[in-house]
Design a protein around this ligand. Structure first.
Ligand code: TRP
Length: 446
């Protein structure tokens, strides 16, 4: 397990790769429905605070560890623990990350499959002249149809694993380059449309009027988990990307722009979706189906709506694709470092994740009422516990390793910043981010 020699081809490529990892279902699908279920503005505010005070410094810590280790996550942690002469048990953090991304990818692929279905449906005119109620019914019918869901889930896993098998620094860089700006453009159009709807005012009020009464520990915990999820932090996935970071790049600058963009995309998508919700009297707390019911309604009112809708789903697919590639990478890079060929590792990981994903598929039909913990069926379980619990715990441990265990000169070098800035970052992580995460985790779980 010697050092990896692979590198992103340029600074821009690294930023795009991290943006690609960050922007995905988390912004466009999960953010709106979590906001809807967690009291609107309260959730939004907490999410932004957590992204800036906790997600960002921890994101730097995670990428930095990968860059200093230059190996798959488990091997990087083992190597750095050796350098620092601390317990070799830190390597198991890499395994914990792999378990986390494993379960996240298993449901991520299923939901991304819904986008494939909706792309095809919009191209074939399936949403033309439909009422919101009809669109909702059609979505339920789709969920109750396992073969269709399995087909899309399979297709999406194949897309993901074929890129991962080819090695990430290749095709994905170019894909990102073109597709991400287009996605932002279409979101802006959607935001402009939202502005013209009757629900716009209500949406803005609902999202931005302070509502401290809605804040409970569970809302705080969910908001923290979502901040990790949307930034792709806490599962060693960005650590795997950091290993390929070019030598001369400054890390803080790169991640800062990613975090701002991530917030912007979530806000735009939230404004668009809730404008539709309020102009059509839909339910903000609809849950995971929220986007799939509101967007077809929104686009059906735009001139050329079906084409816009199709374009939106193409771009959403690209965004989820680049995220799922990131989710798969830490598992594959560890297996490669353990001696497997990349292709073999990708097939193995892909097959296992696909199989577990079937349980999520069936959670909308046959297994809907099979409860694993409390009231949660399999999909509810994997789409909440790994993001909202495993990611913060993982992020916390990575941060502790970064500021209290790693040799600090090595940390500073891998961050690529001046000494005063380094001290500021370390102070922030030690005395703000880590205590904050501990308090929320402990209080949220009690
Ligand atoms: N951030 C992505 C999204 O918002 C999901 C994601 C990609 C992720 N890579 C990750 C989540 C690693 C956790 C860990 O859709």
């Amino acid at each position: 397990m010697s050092e990896t020699l692979e590198r992103w081809q340029s600074r821009r490529a690294f930023i795009l790769a991290v943006t690609g990892a960050a922007v995905g279902l988390g912004n466009i699908w999960r953010f709106p429905y979590m906001t809807g279920e967690n009291g609107g503005s309260a959730f939004l505010l907490l999410y932004i605070v957590f992204v800036l005070l906790l997600g960002l410094p921890m994101m730097m810590a995670e990428i930095m560890v990968g860059r200093a280790g230059r190996r798959g996550p488990m091997q990087a942690l083992a190597y750095l623990a050796g350098e620092a002469e601390v317990s070799p048990a830190w390597r198991w953090l890499g395994l914990f990350g792999a378990i986390t991304v494993f379960f996240i990818l298993s449901f991520y692929s299923v939901v991304s499959g819904w986008s494939i279905e909706y792309l095809v449906e919009s191209l074939s005119g399936g949403f033309v002249d439909r009422t919101p109620a009809e669109i909702g019914t059609a979505f339920d019918a789709f969920l109750a149809d396992p073969p269709r869901m399995i087909f899309n889930h399979t297709l999406f896993m194949l897309l993901t694993m074929s890129v991962v098998a080819a090695g990430i620094a290749n095709g994905i860089e170019k894909l990102n380059n073109v597709m991400m700006p287009l996605l932002y453009l279409i979101l802006l159009v959607l935001g402009g449309y939202a502005f013209t709807t009757t629900g716009f005012g209500d949406a803005m009020r609902w999202l931005f009027t302070p509502n401290p009464a809605a804040i409970t520990w569970s809302v705080v915990l969910n908001a923290m988990g979502h901040a990790f999820f949307t930034l792709a932090v806490g599962a060693c996935a960005l650590m795997a990307y950091g290993a390929y970071m070019p030598e001369e790049q400054s890390l803080p600058r790169a991640v800062f722009s990613v975090a701002l963009l991530d917030i912007a995309v979530a806000l735009l998508s939230g404004i668009a979706i809730f404008s539709v919700v309020f102009s059509h009297g839909l339910d903000p707390g609809e849950g995971p189906g929220l986007m799939f019911v509101t967007l077809p309604v929104a686009f059906s009112e735009l001139p050329g709506g079906q084409l816009w809708l199709a374009a939106f789903f193409v771009l959403l697919l690209v965004a989820t694709w680049t995220s799922s590639i990131n989710l798969a990478e830490p598992m594959v890079s560890m297996l490669v470092d353990a001696g497997l060929r990349r292709g073999t590792a990708a097939i193995l990981v892909g097959a296992l994740v696909w199989g577990v994903g079937l349980l999520s598929v069936l959670s909308f039909s046959t297994l809907a009422d099979v409860h694993w913990i409390g009231e949660m069926n399999f999909f509810a379980l994997v789409s909440t516990v790994p993001p909202d619990l495993f990611l913060p715990v993982g992020g916390l441990l990575i941060a502790i390793f970064a500021v209290w265990r790693m040799p600090q000169p090595l940390a500073r070098q891998a961050l690529g910043i001046s000494l005063p800035l380094f001290r500021l970052w370390r102070w922030l992580v030690r005395y703000i981010s880590i205590p904050m995460a501990v308090i929320v985790l402990v209080s949220g779980l009690l």
